[in-house]
Each structure stands twice: as C-alpha cells, then as structure tokens.
Design a protein around this ligand. Structure first.
Ligand SMILES: NC(=O)c1ccc[n+]([C@@H]2O[C@H](COP(=O)([O-])OP(=O)(O)OC[C@H]3O[C@@H](n4cnc5c(N)ncnc54)[C@H](O)[C@@H]3O)[C@@H](O)[C@H]2O)c1
Length: 389
C-alpha cells in the first residue's frame, strides 16, 4: 500500500512512518518544518533531540532498507499537495500537517489568522487533490476530541439521533471547541463531511485524545526518536508535569485541575491510525472515530506524575496549582463514547502509569535541556488577553 503522511516530521508523523515501513508499506511524506520553527520562536526546543529530516531518512534506509520519498513544502500551498499526490498516487493520505497548539492560536490575531487559514486551506487542498487525482484514495484526517468541548451530555462518535418537534434525524453532534485551533478542526470536519456528501470521497475523521509518551515499538527497535515538547505553548499538560518533576520544579495544574480530557499513548495512537489505514472506509463512506483510551482530570494527571516520580526516584515532587490562563470549565461532566475502533479489533496496550515511568526516565537523560527551558514551561498565553498584537 502507498501511504502518504502530511506532517511526517512531527511527533505522530515520524513514528507512524516507522510503523508503516515496518508493515511493508511504501511511505512518502510532506513537511515544511513549521513545528520546529514555531517551537524555536517561543525560545523552546524538543527536549528529546531529533535529527534533520535528511539524516532521519538516511537512518531509515540504513536500518530498514526502505526509502521515504520526502517533499519539503507548505501543505497550505495547493501545488505542493497536488504535485506530490500526482507523483505518488497514494492509496491513503494521512493529514497531520496542521498547527496543533491551542495556546499558539490564542496569542493574538496574527496567530489566530495563520492557524485558521493554514489548517483549513490545507485540508481543502487535500480534498481537491484526492478528488481530481486519486478519487478512490482514503483521506485519514486528524481532528481532536477537543472539537466536542465539554457538553453536559454523553458525546457520541460524530453523529447522534435527534428528536425535535416530533421528527427524528441522525445528525452531526454540535461542537463547542475551546480555542481557535480547536475551531479549525471543527471547520475541517464540516468541510470533509461536505466533500464526502458531494463527491463520495472515502474519509476517516479521527477525534483524537491527548497523546502521551516518548516511545513506540518501532522507536525502540530502530532507536529513531520523535520530538517531545514541554513549553507552555507546544507541550501538553502531562509533558509539562513530567518535565517539571524531573527538573525539581513544582508540578503546576491550571486552576483547580478538574478539566477532564481523553488520553492515549503514542504506541496506541499509532496502532489506531495503522488499523484505520489497513481497514479503510467503504466506498463513499465518511466515518468518525473517537480515539482515546481513558479520561483523566488534569489534577489526576498531576497526582499520578507525583506518585510515579516519588516511587521511581525516592525524591519528593510538589504540586502547586496556578491561575488558569484558559477560559474553560474547570469542573464538568465528561463521558465520550469510543467503541468503533474496538469493534474493528483495536486493543489498548499501554497503561498511563507505566508510560509516565518511561517518560520520566527518558526526560531524566536530558535534565540539563529541561533546566535550560524552565522559563518557558509556566503559562504566559492567556485567552482573555489575546489581542491585535
Ligand atoms: N499530539 C496530540 O496529542 C494530538 C492530539 C489530538 C490531535 N492531534 C493532531 O494530530 C496532528 C499531528 O500532531 P503532532 O502532535 O504530531 O503535531 P506536530 O506539530 O509534532 O506535527 C505536525 C507536523 O506537521 C508539520 N506541518 C504543520 N503545518 C504544516 C504545513 N502547513 N505544511 C507542511 N507541514 C506542516 C509540522 O512541521 C510537523 O512536523 C495535528 O493535526 C494535531 O492537531 C494531536
């Protein structure tokens, strides 16, 4: 199978490329190194050092014999996507190449506009490239569980039955995203749904939970690491908590820490994507998967990091709540469904506590890099002060 990965240089894109090579698939990819550049802009860097794309590709060739066809370019530029799709004629395109930071999108108007335009236009470019060049190819698009927000009812997988004034219909679940970034994903989902309705493209729209971890079986086998961000703009709460514990800094949940989200390990995220690739949608199908294993509150995460750190090192870790820079419900109902991937054969393989232990060990090997970045872990980007710059 020919698998094209938009965003192949990223946290998920790189281990997905390793998995697809291991499966014997032909892998190509596009990236413009947007994440590397933007992370440096906030004076941060991946804590786990990563090589250049050129070196990554040579290392893959050396270790596996496989060749990755790489295209450097911005997927918001139509010719970049169209030309690569024409050349590769992929069976599936996995679209991971979007600006993925909620805080980045909330810095101000410039960042909000860039996130809106690049994310939405890149998905439109892909839709048109598939429709006109390889109409039977599968679009596998990464959205986020954050598209749904935190409604006071159960969250279905994409669609639900609604009864209103005596009539019934099966409709998309109303979304209530919590940042401009998350809204771009909602707009992408609407555009994908429309493209499916008009042109019957085969689409999987993945509502992915927060991904954690530093390793996958393919990373362990090849030694080819993926990026790991810990700053307030690009690092997730769990990444920041692990880095804080390792550097001897207080673990800082935002607000009361009651915000609950779905989580899954990097290994399980890659397995879910691989399963979606190997079992594509039916001709003309638009399917939505809620992809996460468990849900935890931010405070539960902080406590778990503290517990695992203290158990593994015998040292004390301190939790200190800080004012929440985001506008979000800090205590809420949260019960999303996630059955479809399990029905297709997916089995969750990693436990959060075990992965935290591995993350802490991997981060401890880079403690000086974390200490050098300690200023950028604390929150600076506040939703309420987002302005015209
Ligand atoms: N990591 C998570 O916890 C998580 C959770 C839910 C959804 N997602 C989604 O999964 C996708 C991948 O996430 P990730 O964590 O690997 O992010 P990442 O930033 O590490 O990877 C994205 C890659 O895409 C590239 N890219 C971004 N914009 C581009 C553009 N316009 N043109 C070309 N390349 C571009 C970046 O340089 C980067 O290498 C994103 O769409 C993200 O929103 C991630």
């Amino acid at each position: 199978m020919k698998v094209m990965i938009l965003g192949i240089d990223g946290y998920i894109g790189w281990p997905l490329a390793l998995r697809e090579i291991e499966k014997g698939n032909e892998v190509s990819g596009i990236d413009n190194f947007f994440t590397r550049r933007r992370v440096r802009e906030v004076n941060s860097d991946s804590v786990i050092p990563i090589s250049t794309m050129q070196k990554r590709i040579s290392a893959v060739r050396e270790k596996t014999g496989a060749r990755i066809n790489f295209y450097r370019g911005d997927v918001a530029n139509p010719s970049v996507v169209i030309d690569a799709v024409k050349k590769e004629k992929p069976d599936v395109v996995v679209h991971l190449a979007e600006q993925r930071s909620a805080p980045y999108s909330m810095i101000g108007l410039k960042q909000a506009t860039q996130t809106m335009v690049k994310n939405i236009v890149s998905t439109l470019n892909l839709i048109y490239a598939i429709k006109d060049v390889v109409p039977h190819a599968h679009i596998l698009k990464l959205g986020t569980m954050g598209e749904y927000g935190t409604p006071n009812i159960d969250i279905p997988e994409g669609f639900f039955e609604v009864q209103y004034n005596g009539r019934k219909d099966y409709l998309p679940f109303p979304k209530q995203a919590g940042s401009w970034y998350h809204w771009t994903k909602v707009h992408d989902s609407n555009n994908l749904m429309f493209a499916n309705r008009v042109w019957r493209l085969g689409i999987t729209d993945v509502m992915q939970g927060v991904v954690y971890g530093t390793r996958t079986t393919d990373i362990n086998r090849t030694g080819l690491r993926t990026r790991f961000d810990i700053d307030e703009v690009w690092g997730t709460a769990l990444n920041r908590f692990c880095a804080q514990a390792v550097a001897g800094l207080p673990i800082t949940p935002y607000g009361k820490g009651g915000q609950t989200r779905g989580f899954l390990s990097l290994e399980d995220s890659i397995s879910c994507l691989d399963l979606s690739i190997s079992k594509p949608p039916a001709e003309g199908e638009y399917r939505v998967f809620n992809q996460f294993d468990e849900h935890y509150s931010v405070m539960q995460l902080a406590q778990m990091v503290k517990e695992v750190f203290e158990h593994d090192t015998g040292k004390e870790a301190v939790i200190r709540n800080v004012p929440n820079p985001r506008v979000e419900a800090e205590e809420h109902y949260y019960n999303p469904e996630h059955k479809k991937l399990a029905e297709m054969g997916y089995r969750h393989s990693r436990e959060l506590k075990d992965e935290i232990s591995i993350m802490l060990e991997d981060l401890a090997a880079h403690r000086p890099r974390i200490e050098a970045l300690s200023d950028v872990i604390s929150p600076h980007t506040a939703w309420k002060s987002s302005g015209i710059n």
